[in-house]
Design a protein around this ligand. Sequence first.
Ligand code: HEC
Ligand code: HEC
Length: 191
Amino acid sequence: MPIVDRFVAGAMCAVAASLFAECAAAESKSGSEDLFMQMHRVLVHPRCLNCHPKGDSPRQGDEARLHLPRMTRGAQDQGPAGMHCDTCHQRANFAASGVPGAPNWHLAPRSMAWEDKTPGEICRQMLDPRRNGNKSLAQIVEHLTRDELVAWAWDPGLDVTGKARQPAPIPKAEFNRIVHAWEKSGAACPK
Ligand code: HEC
Ligand code: HEC
């Protein structure tokens, strides 16, 4: 909600909080949505989005170019038979060749595609066990804060031209703090 509206709502809540519990609940819901919007800055950064595309191909670089060499997700999101992602992507970044790496490097399944989705759509599908790999909220929080593919986005290594890839915005420790605060505040999704 716009700043002014929030200020007015906040002031009204301050007056009425002791009388109307729902006022406090509404305030914490909008706080929770704000926390998700801070997380969203990271989710749609190319370091995350390049592995969460809507199509069949991973993407590369800050411009999200189609992957070169041309690559498809294959049946298991691990690349086509005979050309699995881990043929090239090792367990760690390889500075000499510019190939990024982390354990179990592969593409997020189609149900977890974030490209061209609104913050609310991304949030709801991330919390939907039918689309998020059957994860509970606690498991999603665990994944966001501890998973190695997620963590790679803060240590993305050098690209093929020898230039350092831009890491995800917001330091990792701060991102983890925001994710935990979002969970605690009820894990609300924006509209
Ligand atoms: C190298 C590719 C890769 C990168 C980079 C990557 N992911 Fe993913 N992501 C995956 C894969 C694969 C899965 C599916 C894992 C599973 O189901 O166990 C996934 C699943 C997820 C999920 C599970 C729920 C869902 O619906 O999406 C979240 C949350 C997530 N990633 C967050 C992130 C964030 C945040 C970043 C960037 C900071 C990121 N990922 C970067 C490959 C990647
Ligand atoms: C034949 C080797 C090869 C295969 C197989 C391969 N990749 Fe890559 N990949 C590369 C190279 C090389 C780069 C670095 C490109 C650059 O820095 O411009 C790269 C970069 C990427 C990036 C870019 C990271 C970023 O944010 O810039 C992603 C994402 C990616 N690959 C995902 C995958 C996935 C998922 C698979 C399997 C479906 C896969 N790759 C299969 C060679 C490969």
